[in-house]
Design a protein around this ligand. Sequence first.
Ligand code: NAP
Ligand code: MG
Length: 508
Amino acid sequence: MKKKQKNILPRKSNTLKLSFDTSWTYAPAPESRTSATIQPRYDLFINGKWTKPESGKYFETINPANEETLSEIAEANAADVNKAVAAARNAYEKYWKKLPAKERGKYIFRIARMMQEKSRELAIIESLDGGKPIRESRDFDIPEAANHFFYYAGWADKLDYAFPGKKTASLGVAGQIIPWNFPLLMAAWKIAPALATGNTVVLKPAETTPLTALKLAELIQEADLPPGVVNIITGAGETGAALVQHPDINKIAFTGSTEVGKMILRAVAGTNKKLTLELGGKAANIIFEDAPLDQAVEGIINGIFFNQGHVCCAGSRLYIQESVANTVIRKLKDRIETLIVGDPLDKNTDIGAINSKKQLETIHYYIKTGIQEGAEIYESSCRLPSKGFWCKPTLFLNVAQSSRIAQEEIFGPVLAILTFRTDDEVIEKANNTPYGLSAGVWTDKGSRIFNMTRKMRAGVVWANTYNKFDPTSPFGGYKESGFGREGGLHGLMPYLHLSNLIPNSTRK
Ligand code: NAP
Ligand code: MG
């Protein structure tokens, strides 16, 4: 798809006169679909086999960029959940918990290597099913997912060194539920640490993006993982609820909305199930007047428009110090004009399709709310494709701190812009939402970075960068963004019982 590129070079300035034509286009550079195999229909992956759903029902997963059906997906009900949990229990008791840790590690390494080998196919399928630009699935989602398997493979036989003075024991069967914004990466965040710590798994991917998890099931089958160690069951919210309520589950790991997270918290209250919740966010990205402004603008663009703003830690609130507000806003307006919105499979695309019609409606609802609340809207002048679900990169200026677009998660390419004068003022404003997942600080001064990071109630605070991830770093929230950490050494803990090697009573 050809997109008009305007203003890619600096606007007219007093010192630089551009004497050549700045309006030009990129030639389309589409990734070929032919290297991706998608079956017309997928059953449930239970006990190492593809199993028909008890209900006989299937639902469609579509490509949100053109609304075409990609495949039919089995809908698991409570009876299927029972089967999957029984398979995971059996594999845990008979095989997985007795397997020497280094052998577990070898399986996990094998999965990581196979993901790398199939990375191109996985990237294409991720972009087709979810709408994200191929550049992101190719350069971020898939390599990062493989890295998680590599990283946790290394921990499998070193758990005794991970927690000195403690004895570690696996929990049993983990029920894992993931959202649609990073489908394969979230599956990796869940499955890799669970296997490394000796647990077996039943995973439920999101309804709109099940394909890469099902491709992962194919890899797991090829990797010869013992049957039942990983089970992947597809379905809607009811399937997830049945998994949460199953009495033979030892641990629930959930990533998704705060609303569903609260329901899950209520459902496991009073049971022995361990729980981690990775929920929503409303991150503040803060620019001080001493920041390198061009670098900060790029970071802000990346922070909110990366993956169409379908990012729990998206920098969706921008706080600019008053003295540089006009400059930064002008640079942001210029920059969003150059963002290419369109075909997710085109390697030039910056912003792909919104994941579903429902999510697009949510985003439109918030854009309407922002206008009604009196904020000033500024959208890119790009043209959107006629089919599929699309949203222009959108800025809101003069946003009030109490406004809903500054307080609630929109989960789309919409940035609320506010200003501040002092450090204390911005700390108070940044912390003033129900969430606390992430934040960003842009400044030249190291002391200011340390002051801000100490006082911000957010699980991750990036300084002079944004949206950087690594399997070795723990990730997780404060307040209504959830509890528990995924990634790094901390990510092992939610899947283990830790007991003292030397009982307290014998200690001198
Ligand atoms: P969601 O609606 O909460 O769904 C998440 C998963 O839970 C999906 O698989 C969903 O199935 C399932 N589900 C729905 N209702 C359920 C129930 N009653 N019991 C058990 N499972 C249920 O969230 P989403 O819209 O997919 O994802 C967006 C949200 O995820 C955002 O709020 C975002 O901030 C959050 N997120 C957080 C992190 C983090 O690390 N903190 C990372 C990524 C995303 P269906 O797909 O069939 O509805
Ligand atoms: Mg889809």
